[in-house]
Design a protein around this ligand. Structure first.
Ligand SMILES: NC(=O)C1=CN([C@@H]2O[C@H](COP(=O)(O)OP(=O)(O)OC[C@H]3O[C@@H](n4cnc5c(N)ncnc54)[C@H](OP(=O)(O)O)[C@@H]3O)[C@@H](O)[C@H]2O)C=CC1
Ligand SMILES: O=C1O[C@H](COP(=O)(O)O)[C@@H](O)[C@H](O)[C@H]1O
Length: 502
């Protein structure tokens, strides 16, 4: 049976996109499942002068897709309150505290408070400091701060931000969101590794040749051109999501599956990633920007023509690179990563490529010195599951050996019932479980890794490579693996080319 949790959520940026698209629907799913019920309340705050009624209408709209009954809408939205509040005005926090105390009494929330910073990062420090100085922290119950990405723009600014929030909250009260850690199959990485001896015993440089991580998006920058043009793919995706996935794949087994033990191992893994010098960055990392392109009959504009993007921008919309991890386990094993916008299709997947057998005893019939590699693929989205490519004998005379795929995908019913990332992360926070949030040491290590890449690129003045929209990135990304005698396992362009769409 689901246990009810008690808390007051104070959402800074309550009128914003993230709150409407992710937070309110996730709270509703938790409400439906009974994880929150009678004893919860939400205060939405932003500068706009909304009434409680208007706020409740907005919340109702945001959960429309979940087909709530009128009774569900009434009982859920009745817990929502709006307080107009400019976070830079110290006096206004007094009104906020008054409302928070009243709701604490009315809903018997036992002093539990979750502060969600769904606002531009430039406000994070100010809000955290005001929460402390204006006594919004509750004296009984728990106080937890959920903080959105981006956490700083480089190591220096991230440290400044961390110092300012740490003046108000202790590390175990801070929940830094990386929504990839809420994804079912990202969480499944640990289950696959530590729950299966056939994998964990092979999970090292003796048996693994290389690891490939792809976070591909078919969408462009959409409405976020202003933000994205200042950020780029390196800071938007590599510093956080990709390095978190690398850490989960590379970390040593924890002694027990607890947030503390996992964090320790993830920090060790991140701190073992080689920090390149400028020459090594040039050798091991490439970037690209999408130009106009088409897929079938659909045409797509280039990045320079996107809304709120500087037409002469050299911001990268694609990154591919090779990380090396300096531990006994991973010595010599490259972790190839790539991510980009306007790629051929949306797809997040991990390919673990195993070393081939030492000799190919079937070489007479396969006419090749090596057998195809075994590959474990973890499909993170849009489908969820895994596959394992093995070599088997082709049916019939002779001894032709061909790869066969053992395939497991979650059913559509499982997918439908599987909780959304934000829902899981909100529930974890209610329970005080920080396993799927990032510790400051992880953030710090990740920034140190990407800072040198950014600095190297910032010194380059020439045009950056381009790729046509809806293809799998610039030529340089393919060359990166080719010079190591390898290639990307996942090559959706091939499929589209066969269908004559590219
Ligand atoms: N949207 C998304 O999909 C994602 C967002 N994020 C992160 O989440 C955070 C929020 O993003 P998003 O919702 O898109 O941003 P929006 O621009 O949609 O929302 C910003 C919110 O801040 C409020 N606000 C701005 N200035 C003030 C102020 N001085 N005092 C009080 N409230 C203020 C705005 O309301 P008002 O104008 O009424 O004051 C609004 O509610 C950002 O850190 C972003 O990087 C992370 C991942 C995905
Ligand atoms: O954090 C971000 O992630 C999204 C991609 O998330 P996904 O869950 O759809 O894979 C990305 O579009 C956005 O630019 C970035 O800020």
């Amino acid at each position: 049976m689901t246990q009810e949790n008690k808390a007051l959520f104070i959402i800074f940026g309550g009128t914003g996109d993230l709150a409407k698209r992710k937070l309110y629907p996730s709270l509703f799913r938790l409400f439906r499942k009974g994880a929150i019920g009678k004893h919860f309340a939400v205060i939405g705050t932003a500068r706009r002068e909304w009434t409680n009624d208007h706020f409740r209408e907005v919340v109702t709209e945001s959960i429309e897709e979940l087909n709530p009954t009128p009774k569900e809408i009434d009982s859920f939205t009745s817990h929502f309150y709006y307080q107009a509040h400019n976070v830079t005005n110290t006096e206004e926090y007094v009104t906020l505290e008054k409302l928070a105390s009243e709701l604490n009494e009315e809903y018997q929330l036992e002093g539990n408070r979750i502060f969600y910073l769904a606002m531009a990062p430039s406000f994070f420090g100010t809000i955290a400091q005001h929460i402390k100085s204006e006594h919004i922290l509750s004296d009984d119950g728990f106080n937890r701060l959920i903080i959105e990405k981006p956490f700083g723009t480089d190591y220096k600014t991230a440290k400044e931000l961390n110092d300012s929030i740490s003046a108000a909250f202790t590390e175990d009260q801070i929940f830094r969101i990386d929504h990839y850690l809420g994804k079912e199959m990202v969480q499944n990485i640990s289950a696959i590794r530590f729950g299966n001896n056939i994998f964990e015993s092979l999970w090292n440089h003796h048996y693994i040749d290389n690891v490939q991580i792809t976070l591909a998006e078919s969408l462009g920058v959409e409405e976020r051109g202003g933000y994205y043009d200042k950020s780029g793919a390196l800071k938007d995706m590599v510093q956080n999501h990709i390095l978190q996935v690398v850490a989960l794949l590379a970390m040593e087994p924890p002694t027990i599956f607890s947030d503390r033990a996992i964090r320790t191992e993830k920090i060790n893994a991140l701190e073992s990633i080689r920090i390149y010098n400028e020459e090594e960055v040039k050798e091991n990392f490439v970037r690209g920007q999408y130009s106009s392109g088409h897929l079938g009959k659909n045409n797509f504009v280039g990045y320079h023509d996107e809304k709120d993007v500087d037409p002469s921008s050299s911001t990268e919309t694609f990154v591919a690179g090779k990380f090396m991890i300096d531990t006994f386990r991973w010595s010599g094993v490259p972790f190839y990563i790539r991510t980009g916008k306007r790629l051929t299709e949306k797809g997040t997947r991990i390919n673990i490529v195993f070393k081939p057998t030492p000799i190919n005893v079937f070489r007479a019939s396969t006419q090749s010195e090596e057998l195809p590699e075994n590959i474990l693929t973890i499909y993170i989205q849009p489908t969820e599951g895994f596959s394992l490519t093995l070599n088997g004998k082709e049916v019939g005379p002779g001894f032709a050996v061909d790869p066969v795929k053992l395939n497991y995908r979650h059913s559509s019913e499982t997918l439908e019932n599987s909780p959304e990332a934000y829902e899981k992360l909100l529930l974890d926070c209610l329970k005080g479980d920080a396993t799927n949030f990032t510790h400051w040491d992880e953030v710090a290590a990740s920034w140190k890794i990407v800072d040198i890449i950014r600095q190297t690129w910032d010194k380059e003045t020439g045009a950056i490579p381009t790729y046509p929209a809806r293809t799998m990135g610039p030529k340089e990304s393919f060359d990166l693996l080719e010079k190591d005698g390898r290639s990307w396992v996942w090559e959706p362009d091939q499929w589209y080319r066969e269908k004559e769409l590219l």
